[in-house]
Design a protein around this ligand. Sequence first.
Ligand code: ADP
Ligand code: TZD
Ligand code: MG
Length: 578
Amino acid sequence: MSAVAEKAVTTTDESVTTDGFHLLIDALKLNDIDTIFGLPGIPITDLTRMAQVEGMRVISFRHEQHAGNAAAAAGYLTQKPGICLTVSAPGFLNGLTALANATVNCFPMILISGSSEREVVDLQQGDYEEMDQLNAAKPFCKAAFRVLHAQDIGIGVARAIRSALSGRPGGVYLDLPAKLFSQTMEAAAGRNSLVKVIDAAPRQIPAPEAVKRALDVLKSAKRPLILLGKGASYAQADAEIRALIEKTGIPYLPMSMAKGLLPDTHAQSASAARSYVLAEADVVVLVGARLNWLLSHGKGKTWGQDKGAKKFIQIDIAPTEIDSNVPIAAPLIGDIGSCVSALLAGVGSNWAKPDAQWTGAIAERKDKNLTKMAETLAKTPSPMNFHSALAVVRDIVKANPETIVVNEGANTLDFARSIVDMYKPRKRLDSGTWGIMGIGMGFAVGAAVITGKPVIAIEGDSAFGFSGMEVETICRYNLPVCVVVFNNNGIYKGTDVNPRGGDVAPTVFVKNARYDMMMQAFGGVGAHATTADELRKAMLEAVASGKPTLINAVIDETAGTESGRITSLNPQSKANKK
Ligand code: ADP
Ligand code: TZD
Ligand code: MG
């Protein structure tokens, strides 16, 4: 037996001591956390070994940002905070981007970082990887804690878990100085110091008058619309949400990560008539969706500013979200499960379904747009464009609805979001609230590990580059991940040229790169697809085998547009100088 294993076993003996390492592992296990995503090094190397010996899964990455993204994905999918473990200063900072992104996305995760000696750090005397991590983390997360004494590890972990999960979920930082790990205490006292968090995300029941107000506003609607956000999918109130939509007969729109909460093929989905319903609806029920840039802040042309005032009913757990951009007529504060149930009770059995004029007009536009899209998807241009490649992905996901789809890029993201239908809740993970690049392989690994389900990652070639080295991680753990790189030789397009000559333009990459060979380098399957048929064959093989696979899908380098669908956010030069 190794020294590490021996030490772990002896903690069951009442007469012996435990230490910071074991208390942390025991505290996590006591709270049903069984997986750590991280990257070892001083002072947490032994912690990763011991956690494995104690039966936890320790998934080791090549860069902390991706371990952090994996933890965030795990948190979103399971309602248990995902754990990311890093070394001090640079490792911590590498993980911090993921912690901030998780917080922005309202995903529960805990970044646990080892840190250097407090006395040296605070006097800035120059320690190995010296940094005041606690203060650095604070602006980027929901809460940040430091534990200095072994007997406080239980409480520290409990505070971190409750902070991550309760109310609006988010990222929490837990700072553990190196000295803490080897601090010892009597094993029985250690066990008693641990805390099992009871009811970490308590139900928050909406006030009856708020429910009545919301129902009154909804009843007054002529053209109602329900908008589902990723808060709705996170909440795991799938049956209640479906019942509300089907009982009221109100058309609904899913935000990208709420796709599949009801199947995208549902008759009441208004996705294919999105711009029409946003402009025309008179009452909009927001369910776990913020009126941020992704929804044009709830105002302007998108929302039909010239067509009269709109009324919003907003269900959210965070009261300060209300009136963030436009006035909210009926705020409904509470957890989505409780709020939707309360609305359902008020809806009863004789709810008047929306006017057929409204639903008919939506259906008409939907049919027209879907027919047009079907025509575009049926084409097989050479080289492939986004549509012809995504038509293949769409078929594969339809045939494998349990598959989790990870998606990032610009055009690759925007087209995939609208073309690839989802059929089950919480099967789509993407660039989210920030529109961040780099979540790809981290989310893919996190989702595959925590759910045991296969993953298809639809990646722009630029987007993939941010986390590409993690294909080694995918191979190392033999995960059923199929990465499809939409290779158009660059960011948005591969056609830019530098008018001055010399260096190539900033948005283009090496032409005809073979990303598939990266996967082969680590023993996975690489495939090169230049036609839709080749792409289909490679994806079918990947799905059937479950082997780590990367398909280099060659996309017409002229096919994309600048910034995908958000070209308008690009500042334009006003100078007249050349
Ligand atoms: P999307 O990007 O899909 O529009 P957002 O991330 O903007 O979604 O919005 C998610 C919202 O859901 C946040 O305002 C968050 O407070 C809220 N939320 C998250 N979980 C819950 C829950 N369990 N109950 C109620 N609201 C929730
Ligand atoms: N860096 C980070 C962390 N996030 C970002 N969103 C960007 C940079 C800017 N950016 C985008 O918004 S999309 C994108 C970048 C660099 C890449 C687009 O290229 P792609 O996709 O190859 O991934 P398409 O299909 O070629 O459009
Ligand atoms: Mg590209």
